[in-house]
Design a protein around this ligand. Structure first.
Ligand code: PEP
Length: 251
């Protein structure tokens, strides 16, 4: 089984109105002219923009994704969005288990696992986020936390090539702080071992993204660390120029 190309994913979070679609069009054009080389590029806008973004990206290699999905395909869940709905709106990916959802919406590993299953059942690829808080890192528990989240959030029956793991230390998100290269390589190597434990012989095909304050200035260093197969980018993905400078690492 061959490994998918690197993945550079943008998470717009709760940012963006129709005006922001210009940024999607700029990324689309930059990707079309080879600005990300062999990498796959993905934007996860707010759900309100997904259909309009999909219309702009028709025929383009730029992929679109959701930022979360419900574990059920439909039903009485006011305000929620299901994986089949995201697929129908033009998504091919969905982020699950982002720390802002784990913390702000009390999502457990079991909830994330069910959401991952729902995404796969709908034909989406899932980006499963894991990562420790600052107190957990200080206590020397970073690897144990990520290991527990992976074991609890990834369904064993999932095809490994349709899952990407995003290692996002909670303390690095939106803070301007990043772990050292040694810490990133240690964590990504550990995650790789865990993936081989889930899928013996096949854990090498799953992409492991780094996320947390990735910027044009630090992208080359972060993306060159061992076992880093791409990035999940928050703040810097809101600007097409900054986002493409990051994705341009793979040119
Ligand atoms: C994120 O929220 O997934 C993220 C990585 O954010 P930022 O790049 O802004 O730290």
């Amino acid at each position: 089984m061959t490994k998918a190309p690197p993945l550079v994913a943008g998470n717009w979070k709760m940012n963006g109105t129709r005006d922001s679609l210009w940024e999607v069009a700029r990324v689309r054009d930059a990707v079309a002219s080879g600005g990300a080389g062999r990498a796959e590029v993905l934007i996860c806008p707010p759900a309100t923009l997904l259909m309009a973004a999909a219309a702009l990206c028709e025929g383009s290699p730029l992929k679109l994704g959701g930022q979360d999905c419900h574990a059920e395909p439909s039903g009485a869940f006011t305000g929620d969005i299901s994986a089949p709905m995201l697929k129908d709106a033009g998504a091919s990916y969905v982020i699950v288990g982002h720390s802002e959802r784990r913390a702000g919406h009390q999502e457990s590993d079991e909830t994330v696992r069910r959401k991952t299953m729902a995404a796969l059942d709908a034909g989406l690829c899932a980006i499963v986020c894991v990562g420790e808080t600052a107190p957990e890192r200080k206590a020397g528990e970073a690897l144990a936390v990520a290991g527990r989240q992976i074991a609890g959030s990834i369904p064993k029956s999932a095809p490994p090539q349709r899952i990407a793991i995003a290692y996002e230390p909670v303390w690095a998100i939106g803070s301007g702080l990043t772990p050292g290269l040694k810490e990133i390589a240690e964590m990504h190597g550990f995650i790789r071992e865990k993936l081989f434990a889930v899928w013996p012989g096949q854990g090498g095909v799953t992409r492991i993204l780094y996320g947390g304050s990735v910027k044009p200035e630090n992208a080359a260093e972060l993306l060159s660390a061992k076992n880093v197969d791409g990035a999940l980018v928050g703040g810097a993905s809101l600007s097409a120029e900054a986002f493409m400078k990051i994705a341009g690492f793979y040119r």
